[in-house]
Design a protein around this ligand. Structure first.
Ligand SMILES: NC(=O)c1ccc[n+]([C@@H]2O[C@H](COP(=O)([O-])OP(=O)(O)OC[C@H]3O[C@@H](n4cnc5c(N)ncnc54)[C@H](OP(=O)(O)O)[C@@H]3O)[C@@H](O)[C@H]2O)c1
Length: 326
């Protein structure tokens, strides 16, 4: 089977390529970053340079493919709506169009559980608990709109995955931010860091994507939560990481209410003055720090046969080893 992977030059994309090649797929990697593309070519990967918001480029990339993994996105929590719309909504629309044009037999779309974000503790969230609208930030809004586009296009046999909190070697978002903050200021703990959270080793997400490509037709049209299935308190995860790295644990125990107020005010200020830079604290980050959020993955286990192959502790150990060596 020939599979086009968008976002191939990104964090998750690299792991997807490795997983699919290991399973004997013919993979075509798609992305804009020429330098990373060249590195993929050197590893023997078929890399096509392109932008999925340009119709001709995504059309050409889909030619001759059997399946598409659409993992490319503007994946950050701050920025103007026009950027998120262009990359995540319009881009997905063009991917769907290209899939139709080339008779793609399976599309796996990578969405995000950030769409569940709310100012409350939520344990064991099911896929059907997703809200119709969530305008907490433009990323979330765009991911919900993209999911709707997929749902409204039954001509393409699609499966949507919502993997939560990806981490692993090469992560350029979650762990580097945590470590930078730990070294600069200390890590904020609200409610003692006792909120429960679900994280996912990036290797397990790549596995879930391969399983979605291989799943029976009954899974088509379905949405699946993906995590490691090991809910842990925020503090216990930080303790394990910092102990592994041999770094001092500098926690800042902060009053939740005040931090919530501060996050809303900061966002308001940045919006009012149309500041491009991400505020040091957003309402979304505050929700992550304040509220428990765990996902029910039983549907992916039952329908896709998904069982995480790497535990959180193994993932943290690998990350620590790599961090110490580099
Ligand atoms: N990281 C997480 O914790 C997390 C959690 C839930 C869901 N997700 C989802 O998982 C997917 C992968 O995330 P990630 O962490 O791997 O993000 P990432 O490292 O930022 O990778 C995203 C990739 O998308 C590509 N891309 C963006 N716009 C493009 C365009 N117009 N045309 C072509 N390529 C474009 C970029 O490639 P170039 O740089 O080459 O342009 C980038 O490498 C995303 O859909 C994200 O929303 C991530």
């Amino acid at each position: 089977m020939k599979v086009l992977v968008t976002g191939a030059t990104g964090f998750l994309g690299g792991y997807v390529i490795k997983e699919l090649l290991g399973r004997g797929y013919e993979v075509r990697a798609f992305g804009r970053n020429q330098e990373l593309g060249q590195a993929l070519i050197k590893e023997g990967v078929d890399f096509v340079s392109g932008d999925f918001t340009k119709e001709a480029e995504i059309m050409a990339a889909c030619q001759g493919m059997d399946a598409v993994v659409h993992a490319g996105a503007l994946s950050t929590i701050w920025g103007p709506w026009s950027d998120f719309y262009q990359a995540n909504v319009y881009g997905t629309q063009l991917v769907l169009k290209a899939c139709m044009e080339h008779g793609i037999k399976r599309l796996v779309y990578i969405s995000s559980p950030s769409i569940y974000a709310a100012a409350k503790d939520q344990l064991g969230i099911k896929e059907t608990d997703a809200p119709q609208e969530n305008n907490l930030n433009n990323y979330i809004k765009s991911k919900l709109m993209a999911e709707r586009l997929i749902k409204n296009c039954p001509q393409i046999p699609s499966i949507v995955l919502r993997p939560r909190g990806l981490f692993g070697i090469g992560d350029n978002s979650i762990l580097p931010r945590v470590l930078a903050m730990s070294q600069r200021l200390g890590l904020p703990l609200l409610k003692g860091g006792q909120q429960l959270m679900d994280m996912t080793c990036v290797e397990n997400v790549a596995l879930a994507i391969a399983l979605a490509l291989e799943a029976k037709d009954e899974a088509v049209g379905q949405i699946y939560n993906i995590t490691n299935g090991e809910p842990r308190t925020f503090k216990s995860l930080l303790d394990e990481l910092l102990d592994g790295l041999g770094q001092e644990k500098r926690y800042l125990r902060l009053p939740a209410g005040l931090i919530g107020f501060f996050a809303s005010s900061l966002e308001g200020f940045y919006r009012l003055f149309q500041l491009k830079k991400e505020p040091p604290l957003t309402r979304y980050s505050y929700y992550l720090l304040r509220y428990s959020q765990t996902l029910d993955i039983s549907k992916a286990q039952e329908d896709l046969g998904y069982e995480p192959r790497m535990s959180l502790s193994e993932g943290i150990e690998n990350y620590v080893k790599h961090y110490r060596e580099s």
